[in-house]
Design a protein around this ligand. Structure first.
Ligand code: G3P
Ligand code: CA
Length: 239
């Protein structure tokens, strides 16, 4: 049994991390989605991967943290998909929680580093409380201090520890971190059979990112991963 996450929604079919992208993934029957959160200047939780919107709108160079939600909502992200999704904008985490049925697991990645959003962990827990949505949530981050803050506030919250670099024995690091880690989220490029076996022997689930080729996906499943993050509907539909 694997659980595959639609990475930033279905980003090949609609602007990433937007409601149309999440709706597409839901329509495909995905059992899980992944998204990234940041804080605006007026302390609103928005769903966005990059620290500014220049990749989507070349005129928008201002960092997310220096813009209000109102300013952000005025920016059209649809350029790549303009015929299908006119006037698509960033959304708040609250809007995604309202869209997403409870049976769908949501991996919420706190997008700290290089920007550190002080207080984002409290805002996140406030938002989940407002939606009464602690079920089927996993919080991940490359910023392990952010994970600690979340776990200190909600000890039962599943925590996914993200790793970008190929560090030595991340399973031991996770164990010694003092955090109760549910899953390890490694870059897929270095995830091999031994890596998966070691994580499993330490009691961790393994969810590599970002796996878009079917052959690589099947190899990782054969190694024993618990699922992957994928941009490819043919993969995330399998969950
Ligand atoms: O959470 C998995 C993956 O999304 C982490 O990398 O850069 O795509 O946010 P990135
Ligand atoms: Ca992410």
């Amino acid at each position: 049994m694997v659980l595959n996450f639609a990475h930033r929604g279905s980003l090949t079919e609609a602007p990433e991390n937007t409601l149309p992208a999440f709706q597409k993934a839901i329509d495909h029957g995905t059992q899980a989605i992944e998204l990234d959160i940041q804080l605006t200047k007026d302390q609103q939780l928005v769903v966005c991967h990059d620290h500014n919107l220049s990749r989507f709108n070349s005129r928008s160079k201002k960092p997310i943290k220096e813009m209000t939600l109102k300013e952000i909502k005025a920016i059209d992200l649809s350029s790549k998909f303009n015929t299908d999704f006119p006037q698509t904008t960033l959304v708040t985490l609250s809007e995604v929680l309202a869209l997403c049925p409870n049976h769908i697991k949501i991996n919420i990645e706190i997008k700290n580093i290089p920007v550190i959003y002080e207080g984002i962990e409290e805002k996140l827990i406030e938002c989940l409380s407002a939606h009464n949505r602690f079920h089927n949530i996993i919080i991940s981050s490359f910023d392990h201090l952010a994970l600690k803050k979340v776990q200190d506030m909600v000890p039962s919250m599943p925590i996914g520890m993200l790793f970008y670099y190929r560090i030595l024995q991340p399973w031991k690091y996770a164990k010694q971190s003092g955090l109760v880690v549910t899953s390890i989220h490694p870059n897929q490029v270095y995830t091999d059979r031994l890596f998966v076996e070691q994580c499993k022997s330490f009691g961790y689930q393994v969810f590599p990112y970002t796996v878009n080729k079917i052959e690589r996906y099947e190899e990782l499943v054969e190694y024993g991963v618990d699922g992957v993050f994928s941009n490819n509907p043919a993969i995330f539909m399998k969950s």
